[in-house]
Design a protein around this ligand. Structure first.
Ligand code: NI
Length: 169
């Protein structure tokens, strides 16, 4: 396994819409493993392939706490097929926008359909942090970022800050 570089704002690749997989082969499994290692190393609870520069519909999430150990999910072509009625507010961060946190209200429980590491179709009912993380990562696959939940003024401020930082590097 190898660690991958995580793209950060204002990299325009983060705005690309990712495309679905036709099949899950060893190359895809290698990417899944590398993404998981990259996410654990960061550390984070979720990572989308586009964040490592691969515009494919793939995400990894693991919201298990230390006591639970690791419980990773690999989701290719994820599709949220049901959104619950109850909403949950969570302060979300993003490995592509370090240091920025945004309070976001999303459905607290969802059902997601996806293809797993073995190429098998799965359906998972998720709630709490897992539901939040999956929705956050699925947003990435459509080029949507947490700053899009901010007012235009605040969003522009964040983007300006990251552009300035990128020029300074
Ligand atoms: Ni993110």
């Amino acid at each position: 396994m190898s660690k991958l570089d995580i793209l950060t704002l204002p990299d325009p690749v983060l705005r690309e819409v990712s495309t679905p997989f036709e099949r899950i082969d060893d190359d895809v499994r290698r990417l899944m493993d590398d993404m998981l290692e990259t996410m654990y190393d960061a550390p984070g609870v979720g990572l989308a392939a586009i964040q490592v520069g691969v515009p494919k519909r793939l995400l990894v999430v693991d919201v298990a706490d230390e006591e639970e150990g690791s419980r990773p999910f690999f989701m290719a072509n994820p599709e949220i097929v049901r959104l619950g009625d109850t909403l949950r507010v969570h302060e979300e961060g993003c490995l592509s926008i370090p240091g920025v946190h945004v309070e976001i209200e999303r459905p607290s429980d969802i059902v997601v359909r996806y293809i797993d590491r073995n190429g098998k179709q799965q359906e998972l009912a998720a709630d709490g942090l897992l539901a939040t993380a999956i929705q956050h990562e699925v947003d990435h696959l459509d080029g949507r970022l947490i700053i899009d939940f901010l007012s235009r003024l605040k969003r522009d401020m964040v983007i300006r800050k990251f552009k300035k930082q990128a020029r300074a590097d």
